[in-house]
Design a protein around this ligand. Structure first.
Ligand code: RFL
Ligand code: PHB
Length: 390
């Protein structure tokens, strides 16, 4: 039977970043991914990185292209009631954020990990986790029609919200907290010039809109839609018209329609698993928690988990101590809950979630308060750039 030190389930950003950090510290890993490399690299998702995430990626040896091509933003714009207010992140929170697509991070991490001799098994089907509470967990999977088995010291469950890791924990051993919001996000990627140098978050009576980007020539925009909508109901022209209707001038007039490169609808959910550990299984990233994308926290939280978990594993292999591993769930969850709160709050502030006129008036009052009060703006900025590690 094959053996490794840490079996990593999932080759998304959490799994690859963890495996790469461990490899650089001399710890043997094997990454098991259920999909093909091409499938994983084609997924269009996050785009906005906190400074701490950028630093961790550099530590993993994938900072070069990110440094050269990432777009550094010092602020964001809030649009509401015909008004545009800039949140100066650098002034209010002392930090910037970086726009760099998750697809690029995924490619960079895969290339770096394989070049360094890391092992990634793609198209590993029917992954099963056993003996998680013993000293030698066992992972098995089907590949090329054959069942393979892997002995390890620890399993890192980095297989996203729909993965097998969280589901391998007996129901009575975890508490799950969940809210499903009554709306979705329709995202469109297109070679249309970004509307501004920074991201625009718009609260509008027709619903939320976000104008983001991937480069100086490629835009990534989102509009709130019904969670039951199908993509067929949203031909490109309707998406551009709806975006235009939700943006204030001068942005609406500046928006250039272009054919979509990708278009998809994602549900909005808050979800937390407590604890993020069962025996020798440690959950990280979307396997343990989901936030609505409004605060751009999903990928950043995944990186924060990986930072704590990789340090705990390195410490264990250096000294034999389980102390940091025992503290992992508790330490990670402190940040997870704060980011869950922020993402919920920013979603409630910017989306149209009911027809109640009072709810909209309260949103506008809070947005005006943020625009007029440095203290209120600072709370937003501090959370948006990412809270400090402690
Ligand atoms: P992933 O990316 O889902 O990767 C999990 C991997 O595990 C594999 N897998 C399995 N492998 C083996 N066996 C199984 N049984 C398996 N089941 C699944 C999957 O194929 C996959 O390869 O989770 P990970 O690594 O934790 O990364 C999390 C991030 O992808 C996610 O949090 C972000 O994309 C969220 N997110 C954003 N985060 C940000 O920080 N900033 C953003 O601007 C941002 N924008 C977004 C987002 C997510 C979005 N969607 C689509 C939900 C925008 C959107 C629209
Ligand atoms: C993105 O560019 O995909 C993005 C940016 C900011 C968010 C969410 C998504 O809040």
């Amino acid at each position: 039977m094959a053996r490794t030190q840490v079996a990593v389930i999932g080759a998304g950003p959490s799994g690859l970043l963890l495996a790469q950090l461990l490899l650089r510290n001399g710890i043997a890993t094997c990454v098991l991914e259920q999909r093909s490399r091409a499938h994983v690299e084609a997924r269009i998702r996050a785009g906005l990185l906190e400074q701490g995430t950028v630093a961790l990626l550099a530590e993993a040896g994938v900072g070069e292209r990110l440094q050269a091509e990432g777009l550094v933003h010092d602020g964001i714009e809030l649009a509401f009631a015909g008004r545009i207010h800039r949140i100066d992140l650098r002034d209010l929170a002392g930090e910037s954020v970086t726009v760099y697509g998750q697809t690029e991070i995924q490619k960079d991490l895969t290339d770096a990990h394989l070049a360094a001799g890391g092992r990634i098994v793609y198209e590993a089907e029917q992954v099963a986790l056993d003996e998680l509470t013993g000293r030698q967990p066992r992972v098995s999977y089907l590949q090329g029609g054959r069942r393979h088995e892997l002995n390890c010291d620890f399993v890192a469950g980095c297989d996203g919200f729909h993965g097998v890791s969280r589901r391998s924990i007996p129901a009575e051993q975890v508490e799950l907290y969940e809210r499903i919001y009554p709306v979705g996000w329709l995202g469109i990627l297109a070679d249309s010039p970004p509307l501004a140098d920074e991201l625009i978050y718009a609260n509008h009576t027709r619903g939320f809109a976000l104008c983001s980007m991937r480069s100086r020539t490629r835009s990534r925009h989102y509009i709130q839609c019904a969670v039951t909508d199908s993509i067929a109901a949203w031909p490109d022209a309707r998406v551009w018209d709806e975006l235009r209707a939700r943006l204030p001038e001068p942005y609406a007039a500046r928006l250039v329609s272009a054919p979509s490169i990708e278009k998809s609808i994602a549900p909005l959910r808050s979800f937390v698993t407590e604890p993020m550990r069962y025996g020798r299984l440690f959950l990280a990233g979307d396997a343990a928690h989901i936030v609505p994308p409004t605060g751009a926290k999903g990928l950043n939280l995944a990186a924060a988990d990986v930072r704590v978990l990789s340090q705990a594993l390195v410490e264990h292999y250096r000294s034999g101590s389980m102390l940091k591993l025992d503290q992992y769930s508790c330490v990670a969850l402190r940040r997870v809950w704060k980011a869950t709160r922020f993402s919920w709050w920013f979603t409630m502030l910017t989306h149209r979630l009911s027809d109640e006129a009072l709810a909209h008036k309260l949103q506008l009052a809070e947005l005006e308060y943020i625009a007029d009060s440095r203290a209120a703006a600072q709370v937003l900025a501090e959370n948006y750039v990412g809270l400090r590690f402690f």
